[in-house]
Design a binder for this molecule. Structure first.
Ligand code: HEC
Length: 95
């Protein structure tokens, strides 16, 4: 019985941690060139479906936080992809 209770508790923790999360990106996190390259790929593949690929220089670092928090859910990015796209954009926006 104990085992059943334990696995139930574990299962709920798992469900909660893997549930839909709000994509909260509030600043830079990734800096390695692989992650930035991955961010670029996600950006180029996900952000041109509804409009032209935006110019990374369009926004400064603060501006991209706001715009991406509106666009990442539209592009159905998970938090990690959202973060990598953000880090890529601020690595090339020259602001
Ligand atoms: C499902 C469609 C859709 C996808 C996918 C999408 N966008 Fe948008 N985007 C819009 C619409 C609609 C607008 C105009 C209305 C608005 O600004 O909310 C817009 C406007 C913008 C703007 C101009 C407004 C501003 O704040 O500068 C930028 C920049 C932008 N999107 C960037 C992105 C990026 C980056 C991605 C990829 C993460 C993305 N979009 C993915 C629909 C989308």
């Amino acid at each position: 019985m104990k085992k059943v209770v334990f696995s139930f508790v574990l299962g709920s923790v798992f469900l909660v941690s893997c549930g839909p999360k709000s994509t909260a990106v509030t600043g830079p996190k990734y800096t390695s060139s692989e992650q930035l390259a991955q961010g670029k790929t996600v950006f180029e593949n996900s952000c041109n479906r509804c409009h032209k690929l935006p110019d990374p220089a369009k926004h400064d670092n603060q501006g991209w936080i706001k715009t991406l928090s509106r666009m990442a859910p539209k592009a159905k990015l998970n938090t990690d992809q959202h973060q990598m796209v953000y880090d890529y954009l601020i690595s090339v926006n020259k602001k």
